[in-house]
Write a protein that binds this ligand. Structure first.
Ligand SMILES: Nc1ncnc2c1ncn2[C@@H]1O[C@H](COP(=O)(O)OP(=O)(O)O)[C@@H](O)[C@H]1O
Ligand SMILES: [Mg+2]
Length: 227
């Protein structure tokens, strides 16, 4: 798949697979093209060429809300919450994309996954800690009832201990059969949850493998990540 802005090509023939029921990680330094790839998948920046398929169904070029309805949930970079809007209303916004008869069950399941936000439904999102805000962003995306969840750098700006709790939630989601594509800059965090990893550099996939394979080539991966 190829994508860019105007004459500027950012993603050059990027190709990857997200395994069903697994976490796949996209590792890349700042500016490598991770967010651009997510925006291409979610329809916010329609790709210039190539194919994007969801369980075999081509979705490239559709409007973002139709791609969301088809089953792609997006947790955007920087979370993009509304600081002066209650947590519960964020969940309702996500639920607008999911069939009405599913909403109550879904809400129960999502709040079961994040008990810490279940107690804060009436609180303004802006008053929560960074980790709690990340969980609200994930919960909002889950309320769309996705089949694949894209998570754009959920660890950004969080203390390592808080990252751990976000990643524990990810592991639980995977146990429930969710397919996840996770963008990360940190090799250690990324490889800790994933079953497969792709390294992106300057808009190209330069390496891929299992966490064990990549851990065996740690110095090469670190060089690609600019660390
Ligand atoms: N709206 C835009 N217009 C032009 N270039 C952009 C735009 N957004 C991002 N870029 C460029 O695309 C490249 C990839 O950015 P991005 O996808 O945000 O990387 P990452 O998410 O991996 O940090 C960078 O060189 C960035 O400057
Ligand atoms: Mg980004």
């Amino acid at each position: 798949m190829v994508a860019g802005f105007g004459d500027l090509t950012i993603l050059h023939d990027v190709s990857l697979d997200v395994a069903v029921g697994k976490v796949t990680v996209l590792l890349g330094a700042n500016g490598a093209g991770k967010t651009t790839l997510f925006r291409a998948i979610t329809g916010l920046l329609p790709p210039r060429a190539g194919r994007i398929a969801l369980f075999g169904e081509p979705i490239a070029g559709r409007a973002p809300h139709l791609i969301a309805r088809a089953g792609i949930g997006h947790v955007p970079s920087g979370r993009e919450l509304f600081p002066r809007m209650p947590v519960g209303v964020h969940l309702d916004l996500g639920a607008r994309l999911c069939p009405p008869e599913l909403r109550a069950t879904l809400r129960e399941r999502v709040l079961g996954l994040f008990p810490e936000i279940a107690e804060r439904l009436n609180q303004y999102a802006g008053t929560l800690s960074g980790g709690e805000q990340q969980m609200v962003a994930i919960a909002r995306a889950l309320m769309t009832n996705p089949r694949v969840l894209l998570l754009d750098e959920p660890s950004a700006g969080l203390a390592p201990k808080v990252v751990l709790s976000v990643f524990q939630a990810l592991a639980k989601l995977q146990d429930q059969g969710m397919s996840v594509l996770l963008a990360e800059q940190s090799m250690t965090f990324g490889l800790s949850v994933a079953s497969r990893a792709y390294i992106i550099r300057e808009g190209r996939i330069v390496l891929s493998g299992t966490p064990a394979e990549l851990a065996a080539e740690r110095s090469v991966v670190q060089a690609y990540l600019g660390a």
